[in-house]
Ligand binder design. Structure first.
Ligand code: SF4
Ligand code: SF4
Length: 128
């Protein structure tokens, strides 16, 4: 993924799930090293806040690599369950402030976070 700033995808179904409680952000956030993710879904079952989402794999034609997961950083509470449960050791916990750079380095494909709309579109939205 590029270093460009991303925004939460407002149309992803995760945006309709309950938001994280508490004012302080968690100390740690979980980041998936997607190139090592097999899409086995083990981590999804153990997440107490349902913040792990499936995303298509980098090569949908490869049957052993049809899906990966990504983590909704806006909702992760840093419990570390997923990093301990992953049989492939492909989830790492990062300090909150380091997690966003790590996300950029480790994410191949995301449905949760998207590029912001171009400035022209923003202007049109403001005018409408
Ligand atoms: S650290 Fe905990 S809350 Fe965050 S994605 Fe992993 S299991 Fe879910
Ligand atoms: S448990 Fe690990 S390999 Fe399996 S889907 Fe989750 S991150 Fe990917």
């Amino acid at each position: 993924m590029s270093d460009d700033v991303k925004i939460e995808n407002p149309s992803h179904p995760a945006r309709f799930k309950p938001v994280r409680k508490g004012k302080k952000p968690p100390k740690l956030l979980a980041i998936v090293h997607q190139s090592g993710c097999t899409g086995c879904e083990v981590c999804i079952a153990g997440c107490p806040v349902d913040s792990i989402e499936l995303v298509p794999g980098p090569d949908p034609k490869n049957p052993s690599y049809q899906q990966m997961v990504e983590i909704d950083l806006a909702r992760c509470i840093g419990c570390q369950n997923c990093s301990q449960d992953c049989p492939w050791e492909t989830i790492t916990m990062y300090q909150h402030d380091d997690a966003f750079v790590a996300w950029g380095n480790e994410t191949l494909s995301s449905g949760l976070y998207i590029d912001p709309p171009p400035m022209d579109e923003k202007k049109n939205e403001e005018i409408a």
